[in-house]
Structures are given as C-alpha cells and as structure tokens.
Design a protein around this ligand. Structure first.
Ligand code: COA
Length: 145
C-alpha cells in the first residue's frame, strides 16, 4: 500500500505538474501545459489532482465533466514510479471526484499510438466502446499544421 497523498492542484504545483507531463510524453506542441492547467482550474467542472509521495509530485490527472459525462486527461505517473499501483490510485481519486459531482459515467480517449495504456485502463475496468470520435477545431488557428 503506497502513501500517495492526493490533493487538488495549487499554484505552487504548476511547474512540477508541467514537468511530470513532459517526462511522461503527454505534452504536444499545440497543447501548452501551463495554459491547459490554468484553464482547467478556471472552470467549475474540472480540476487537476496531484499525487505526492514524501512531498514530491509523482502522479496527476486532469478530471472534469461537461454536465453529462466525465473525462480525464494527462493521467500520469512518474516513469521511475510505475507498476506500483499509483496510476490505479490517481484514477480512483478522479472517479471519486466525478462521483461527488453527480457523474456516473467516465469516457476517456487514448491516442492510437498509446496502445499499452489500453491495457492499463482495461485493468481498471474500462471497456472499449464502438464509437467514432469526431472533433472540430473551433479556432482553426490552433490546429497543428
Ligand atoms: C498509464 C500509467 C498512468 C500507468 O501508471 P502505473 O502507476 O504504472 O499503473 P499501475 O501500477 O497503477 O497499474 C494498474 C494496472 O494497470 C496495468 N498496467 C499499467 N501499465 C500497463 C502497461 N503499460 N501495459 C499493460 N498493463 C499495464 C498494471 O499491470 C496494473 O494491473 P493489475 O492491477 O491488474 O495488476 C503510466 O504508465 C503513465 O504515466 N504513462 C504515460 C502517460 C500516459 O500515457 N497516460 C495515459 C494518457 S491516455
């Protein structure tokens, strides 16, 4: 049993969380982590959970809902701390956060080049549903070339 201490993000955590996401390969040129963190903290239906071991941030998840379904982004565990159940713990905290908001279903997306992570989510009880995931850039200037 780990001693992962999970709390909502605070101002002083932003740099460490951005660094964790980068080390986990989750940042993309078109997603500025500092901006994504600031925006998630601004809206009432979202937050970022941080998981600490001995005071050091080793896990995180952005969790939120749109008034109907919940979702998670940036689910991350420090590469040096994987395989010890921390991913399961941070996801359990994200699920609990959504339940407290009255949300009873979580939908999440996994990038096609991140197939290993499907096994992680399967272990946590997630199933692949046959859906077509569609998207539109509402601000085309932000679309990667
Ligand atoms: C995915 C990630 C969060 C998993 O964290 P973790 O702490 O290693 O996961 P856990 O130790 O809690 O594993 C939980 C379960 O998932 C399984 N699992 C975890 N990673 C796995 C992998 N790559 N392949 C197969 N199974 C995996 C574990 O075996 C475990 O199963 P069990 O409890 O039935 O034995 C971590 O690998 C990570 O940060 N990856 C990079 C970021 C990323 O891709 N995030 C997902 C974005 S969609």
């Amino acid at each position: 049993m780990s001693q992962l201490v999970i709390t909502e993000i605070e101002d002083a955590d932003v740099a460490a969380i951005s660094d964790l996401w980068a080390r986990c390969g989750l940042t993309r040129p078109w997603n500025d982590p500092a901006r994504d963190i600031a925006f998630a903290r601004l809206v009432p239906g979202a937050t970022i959970l941080t998981g600490r071991l001995d005071g050091t941030i080793v896990a995180s998840a952005m969790v939120g809902h749109d008034g109907h379904r919940g979702t998670v982004y940036y689910v991350s565990v420090d590469p040096d701390r994987r395989g010890k159940g921390l991913g399961r713990e941070i996801m359990a905290a994200a699920e609990d956060w959504l339940r407290r908001q009255g949300i009873w279903k979580l939908n999440l997306m996994v990038r096609a080049d991140n197939a290993d992570v499907v096994a992680f989510y399967n272990s946590l009880g997630y199933e692949t549903e046959q859906r077509v995931n569609m998207a539109k850039w509402l601000d085309p200037s932000k679309k990667p070339a």
